[in-house]
Design a protein around this ligand. Structure first.
Ligand code: CMC
Length: 469
C-alpha cells in the first residue's frame, strides 16, 4: 500500500515497466483508486530517475491530486459526492446539507445541520465596504465580471487569514458559502439598477437566493415553492465535479498559499468561459439562433462541418462518455418545473429536437458526445425568471461549495506542492542580443524647451538680504 499525503492509494501489487530510448528500464508503481476501474501510473520520480518528462496538454490523462470528495465514472455515467449518488441527493437533500457533506465529508446529524445552517446564516451579510463597490460598476457590466471583482475583494476584508489554521480555514469556507450567493444577487440587482436586498434569516439557502434576486423594498415577496425546489436542485447538481478547469485553478492558486478568497475569484474567472460554466448561457444563445425545430438539421450539418464558431453547446464532456447523470436529472426537472409553473417555452422543443438529432447522428455517436449538465439547465432557469446573464453566476455560486471543499482538502492534507507544470519549448535557440540605437528622432512637439532660469512667482517678493544684517 503506497501512502500519499496521509491518504492511501493501493500501489504495491502492480508495476509497469517503461523502456526508454537509451535501453534503460524504469519501474512505475500502479495506483488504484478506491472506486472505479481507472489505473494511475505514479510518475513522480520519473524525471529524477530518468531525465524524462511527460507531455499532456489539457491534462487529459494526468492526475493532479488525491481527493475523497467527488467520484465520476465517465463511461458508466456515475457521479457521487462523498459516495452518495448525486441524483439521490437532489431528490432528498437540502442544498446546505449537501454543502456540509462535501465540506466535512459526512452527512450532518440533526444538531450539526442546525448549527451549520446558523453559521451560514450569520455569515451571509457582506461588509458594507464590499457592498459599496457595486455602485461603481457600469450598468451593463456582465454579472460574471462583477463576481470576479467582488469575490476577490473579500480578500481585502479577510486578509489576515492563515490557511494552515483549521479554524481560519473553516471560517473562510463557511463565509464563502454564505456570501457568494449574496454577492451574486447584488451583481444582478446592480445590473438592473434595483436596490440590493439583504438576506433573511427565516429563509432556506435556495429561498434566500430567490428572495434577494426578485424581492424589492416596495412590497412583500412570497417565494414560489416550485422555484425554490428547482433552485435547490440546481445548486446540488452544480456543487462539485472533481478536477475540472475552475477547481484545478482554485487548487493551483491555493498551492502558492494565496488568500482563499482570491483563489475562489480565480475559480470564478476560469468558470466563465463557454467551454466550462459559460456553456449554460451559450446554450440559450445557440437555441435562440436556431430558432425553430426546422432549422435543427442545418445547424447539425454546420457543427459536423466544423464551421467556424459553430459547436453544439451543452454537449460533450472530458470525462463523461455517456449521458451526464446530472443532465438526466436536469432534463426531468425542466419538464416538471415548466409544467408546474405553467410555462410554455418554445426553446424546449428546439432543444429536444436537437438532442434527438445529435444522439442519432454518427458524428456524435462515434465521439460519444451526450448532453451535459448545461444543456437543459438554462431552460429551467428561464422559466423561473432568471436572466441568461445570471446562469453562469449561479453555477459559480453553487460550485463555490466544491471549490472551498477542494481547497480545504488540499491544505488540510498537506497536498501543497506548488502547481508548476513543465513545457515543451519550441521557440528560438539561444542567440546573441546586438544592441542598437533605438532612440527616436524628436518631433517638433517633443523638442525639449530650455527655459532660462527665473524666479518662481512665489519668490517674486524681494527677499531681505540676510547677509547685510
Ligand atoms: N460539438 C461538436 N463537436 C464536439 C463537441 C461539441 N460540443 N464536443 C466535442 N466535440 C468533438 C471535437 O471537435 C473532437 O472532434 P475531432 O476528434 O474530430 O477533433 C471530439 O469531439 C473530441 O472533443 P474534444 O474537444 O477533444 O473534447 P474535450 O474533452 O477537449 O472538450 C468540452 C470537452 C466539454 C470542452 C467539449 O465537449 C465542448 O466544447 N463542449 C461544448 C461546451 C460545453 O458544453 N461545455 C460544458 C462542459 S460540462 C459543464 C462543466 O463542467 O463545465
Amino acid at each position: 500500500m503506497a501512502c500519499l499525503f496521509g491518504k492511501s492509494a493501493e500501489g504495491d501489487d502492480e508495476e509497469a515497466v517503461l523502456k526508454l530510448p537509451n535501453g534503460k528500464e524504469h519501474r512505475i508503481k500502479v495506483l488504484k483508486p478506491t472506486s472505479g476501474e481507472d489505473l494511475f501510473l505514479d510518475i513522480r520520480d520519473l524525471h529524477r530517475l530518468t531525465g524524462y518528462f511527460t507531455f499532456d496538454p489539457g491534462f487529459t490523462c494526468t492526475g493532479s491530486c488525491l481527493s475523497a470528495i467527488t467520484f465520476i465514472d465517465g463511461p458508466k455515467g456515475i457521479c457521487l459526492y462523498r459516495g452518495y449518488p448525486v441524483p439521490e441527493l437532489v431528490e432528498h437533500a437540502q442544498a446546505l446539507e449537501v454543502a456540509h457533506l462535501l465540506l466535512v465529508g459526512e452527512k450532518a446529524t440533526k444538531e450539526e445541520y442546525k448549527s451549520f445552517k446558523r453559521e451560514i446564516q450569520k455569515s451571509m451579510l457582506v461588509h458594507e465596504k464590499v457592498k459599496a463597490m457595486f455602485a461603481n460598476f457600469t450598468i451593463n457590466a456582465h454579472p460574471m465580471a462583477i463576481m470576479v471583482a467582488v469575490t476577490g475583494a473579500l480578500s481585502c476584508i479577510f486578509s489576515e487569514l492563515d490557511p494552515f489554521d483549521e479554524a481560519h480555514r473553516w471560517l473562510a469556507c463557511t463565509r464563502l458559502i454564505a456570501k457568494v450567493p449574496v454577492l451574486a444577487c447584488m451583481a444582478y440587482k446592480t445590473s438592473i439598477g434595483q436596490p440590493l436586498m439583504y438576506p433573511r434569516a427565516d429563509l432556506s439557502y435556495a429561498e434566500n437566493f430567490l428572495y434577494m434576486m426578485f424581492a424589492t423594498p416596495m412590497e412583500e415577496y412570497k417565494v414560489n415553492p416550485v422555484a425554490a425546489k428547482a433552485i435547490n436542485a440546481f445548486m446540488i447538481l452544480h456543487m462539485d465535479h472533481e478536477q475540472n478547469a475552475s477547481t484545478s485553478t482554485v487548487r493551483i492558486a491555493g498551492s502558492s498559499q494565496a488568500n482563499p478568497y482570491a483563489c475562489i475569484a480565480a475559480g470564478v474567472a476560469s468558470l466563465w468561459g463557454p467551454a466550462h460554466g459559460g456553456a449554460n448561457e451559450a446554450v440559450i444563445t445557440m437555441l435562440e439562433q436556431i430558432g425553430t425545430r426546422e432549422n435543427v438539421g442545418k445547424f447539425i450539418a454546420d457543427v459536423k462541418a466544423k464551421k467556424e464558431g459553430v459547436r453544439l453547446m451543452g454537449f460533450g464532456h472530458r470525462v463523461y462518455k455517456n449521458y451526464d447523470p446530472r443532465a438526466k436529472v436536469m432534463k426531468g426537472l425542466v419538464a416538471q418545473v415548466l409544467k408546474e409553473l405553467g410555462v410554455d417555452d418554445p426553446l424546449l422543443g428546439v432543444a429536444q429536437e436537437l438532442e434527438k438529432a445529435a444522439l442519432s447522428d454518427d458524428y456524435f455517436v462515434q465521439r460519444k458526445l451526450y448532453p451535459n449538465v448545461d444543456y437543459y439547465s438554462g431552460i429551467m432557469l428561464r422559466a423561473i425568471g432568471i436572466p441568461t446573464s445570471m446562469f453562469t453566476v449561479m453555477f459559480a455560486m453553487s460550485r463555490t461549495v466544491g471549490w472551498v471543499s477542494q481547497w480545504n482538502e488540499m491544505v488540510a492534507e498537506g497536498q501543497m506542492r506548488i502547481g508548476r507544470p513543465r513545457q515543451l519549448y519550441v521557440g528560438p535557440q539561444e542567440r546573441t542580443w546586438k544592441p542598437e540605437d533605438m532612440s527616436e528622432e524628436k518631433s517638433p512637439s517633443q523638442t525639449v524647451v530650455n527655459f532660462a532660469p527665473r524666479r518662481s512667482s512665489s519668490f517674486s517678493k524681494r527677499v531681505p538680504d540676510v547677509s547685510t544684517r
